[in-house]
Design a protein around this ligand. Sequence first.
Ligand code: SAH
Ligand code: SF4
Ligand code: F3S
Length: 466
Amino acid sequence: MNKNTMKQLSFNIKTFGCQMNERDSEIMAQLLAEKGYVESIDIEDSDVVILNTCSIRAKAEQKAMSLLGALRKAKKRRPGMKICVAGCVAQQEGEELCERMPHVDLVIGTQNIYELTELLEATRGTSKVAISMSDAYEIPAFIPVLPKLLQGKELPPPFPARPFRKFLTIMQGCNNYCTYCVVPYTRGREISRKVEDIINEAHVLVDAGIHEITLLGQNVNSYGRTNPVTTDGSEYSFSLLLREVAAIPGLKRLRFTTSNPKDLSPELMRCFNEIEILCPQFHLPVQSGSNAVLSKMNRKYTRELYLQRVEELRSFRPDIALSTDVIVGFPGETDANFEQTMELLEHVRFHSSFSFKYSDRPGTRSADFDDKVDELVKSQRLARFQKRQDEICLEQNSLYVGKNLPVMIEKVTEDGMVGRTETNHIVHIEEKIECLPGDIVHIAINHAGQHSLNGGISSTPATYNK
Ligand code: SAH
Ligand code: SF4
Ligand code: F3S
C-alpha cells in the first residue's frame, strides 16, 4: 500500500454507540498496534480510518453516515487511505453499504473484528465485505495490552491521561427480541464468554494497575444461561462471576451493565449487600411505565414487577443509585400510557436516565406497526419527561450535600480534580493533592448540580485507598 517502507502507517478509529463498541474499538486498536500501526490525531490524515458504527436509533446511524460521506473528499486528497466500516450498521448493511459508498474499502461485521488486520491487507482497490453471523460464535480469549502504570506519585499535575478503569466484555448478542431493537440482528444470538477467559482478562487488567472494571453485556443477568461457560460444564451464574472478579486483590471498584428487569435474580440483588467493591449503582432500563406498551415491546415484565424489583434492590442496598432508559412515543402509546411512564418516574425517582423518541429501525417488528405516534407528540413527551427527570436529578443530588464520599479521581487539572463517586456521580473538586487517576480520595460534598456534584478534600488518598 505504501511505497515508502520506512514510514509507519497510521490509523484512526471513531466510535459511535454503546460501551460494547468502545471495547471493540480498543480491540481493533490493539490489533493494529501489534502490526506496527500508530494512532493518528487527525482522522483525515490517516492511512486507515475505521468507523465503528451504531444503528440503535436512526440518529446514531446518520451521525456515522455523514462522517463517512465527508471522508470521500479526504480520500481524494489521500488516495492511499483505507476506509473501514465496522459495528452494527456494517453488520446490517453489508454489501449495500459498498454500493452506496464506493469509497469504502472494508465492511467488517461484529463477529469479524479479530480478522481486521488480515482483511485490511487483503483489500486492494476493490471493496471487501466480511460479515459472518454464527450461533456457535465464541468470543476469543483476547488479552488486553496496557502500558504498565507508573509507580510512585512523582508526576506533577496535570499529568498525561493513564488508564485506570476498563470495560470487560462478558457476553455478546441478545435473545430477547424487544420489538423495537436491532441488537439481536446486529450482534447475533446471546453468547457468554468462558469464565476462565474473563477471570484471566480481569487479572491482566488489575496487574496493569486498573482499579475499576465494568462487566459488559446486553443482558448480563442471563450470563451463562445459553451456553456452557465452565471447563467442566458445571452450572454458573452472573452473581458467581461477580464474586469471582470482586475477589481479585487490588481491584477497587466493580460495575456492570446492562440488565433486563425480567432476569433480575435475588442472588444478584444480594450481591449489592455482600460484595464490598460492587458499586451501589444499577442501570435498569424500564422503557415504559405502561403494561400495554411493555407488552407490545415484548419486554416480558410488567410495571408492577419492575417496581417490586426497585423496592427489593433498595432493601438490599438503600444507597443504591438507579438509572434507566425510556422510549417515548412507541407505536400505539396513548397520552394515558405516557402518563404512566411519568408516574413511574415520580415513584422511582431515578438518579438519572437516558430517554429517547421511538425510532423505526429496519428489520424490527415495530417498524411494521401501523399506529405510529406523531413526531411532534413524541417531542413534547420527551421534553416533559426530561424536564421532570432533570428536576429529580437535582433533588436526588442535593441529598449528597454534607456527605463525605469516597471519590475515584479521574483527572487532575490546573485548578483542581475531577472524580466519580461509587454511585457514578461526577464530582468537581476545587482543590488538589498529590494523587493519580484511579486513587480514591474522600471528598466533602458541598454543592449539587443537575448532572454533577462539587466538593472539597476531606482526607488524603493514602488513608482511603483500599
Ligand atoms: N440491552 C439493553 C439496551 C440496549 S440499547 C436493554 O435491554 O435495556 C439502549 C437503549 O436504546 C434501549 O434501552 C432503548 O431505550 C433505546 N432504544 C433501542 N432501540 C430503540 C429504538 N428503536 N428507538 C428508540 N430508542 C431505542
Ligand atoms: Fe435490545 Fe431488548 Fe436485547 Fe436490550 S434486551 S439489546 S433492548 S432486544
Ligand atoms: Fe448501537 Fe450496536 Fe451498541 S446498535 S447500542 S453499537 S450493540
